[in-house]
Ligand binder design. Sequence first.
Ligand SMILES: Nc1ncnc2c1ncn2[C@@H]1O[C@H](COP(=O)(O)OP(=O)(O)O)[C@@H](O)[C@H]1O
Ligand SMILES: [Mg+2]
Length: 364
Amino acid sequence: MAPPVILSDFYGLEHLACGAIVCSPEGAIRYINPSAEAILEISHDQACKQNIDLFFQDKNFFQQLRKDMQNHVVFRENEYFLKTKNYKTVCSTLTASTILNSNNILIELLPMDQHLKVTKEERRIIQQQANAELLRNLAHEIRNPLGGLRGAAQLLEYELKDKNLTEYTQIIISEADRLQNLMNKLLSPYHLPKYESTNIHELIERVRGLTISEFGDEIALVRDYDVSLPEIIADREKLIQALLNITRNASQALKKSDKSQKTITIRTRSDRHMCVHQKKYQTVIRLDVIDNGPGIAKHILDKVFYPLVSGNQDGAGLGLSLAQDFIALHKGIIEASSKSNRTCFSIILPIKNDLQLSEEKVHG
Ligand SMILES: Nc1ncnc2c1ncn2[C@@H]1O[C@H](COP(=O)(O)OP(=O)(O)O)[C@@H](O)[C@H]1O
Ligand SMILES: [Mg+2]
């Protein structure tokens, strides 16, 4: 009989984003971490009554794995198809190794879709940082000669004999002002975030009120809140601005549509065991803004979060890019999915984070 399992023995495995299972040389499961519970659809207590064979398609797989480990110490299979407790198939990278000073075996699982998501997210973050830098440099370069251009147009205007021609100098001046405005927004001075305990619903209600006052009662704003959500540490103003940018886009899209019933639903929920910015969180808040408008135009769908991408003629294309920056300050992410009649922007915010310690820069 194996000695009783003491969970603290496996404390280091508890918070891993990948699944970890510890079993005896015979395959009796002694511990599985929360990620493995989610992958295999089984609780820790239930799993500890099982043999690891339960999750393998081939009954001899574990024995083969053990044999291989005697020769190579570590066993690795890149695309192994596991069975969950509910008979679903999961394709995963599987690594097995012996735990030091014991003959127990550690099996690590990284499901393929998660694997792909991590690298996709990594790529997205790098791309985003490169874009932001490029844009800032470009904005600096454009802003400097703009002043000169505007001044020269003014001087020219004073010298003009034919006052009918001022129409043209006025165009130069007003376009220079418009560009200056845009550059100022891009280079907006960085304010240190002010973090405080925040009730997410209070903040949503502010945005709801602002949206109603801007767009009237033509659009129904439906509340679907999970009122049991705890407070989070956040910069209220930045969260409000991020949410407002998303809700305003939804309202603008609905306003242009000929739908008879125009609805935006603001929904809050908690999600468990989420990986955000490659960090595993026990619980996160998910804030969905769902509209029944025409959906994001196909040609910009993949790049709506990029700065200067807009589907509106008079849009600056900065709303979503700024919203993403503000949410990233809170260690969160924004996801979007869109089709005709249903566009959903989801803000994912970790509940327990270390924001008080972080003072990251978004704008240089
Ligand atoms: N809910 C939505 N429905 C349809 N299109 C949307 C929605 N949200 C965003 N978009 C599209 O994404 C574009 C980018 O939005 P944003 O970054 O806020 O810039 P802007 O609003 O200045 O155009 C919008 O112009 C619009 O075409
Ligand atoms: Mg916008």
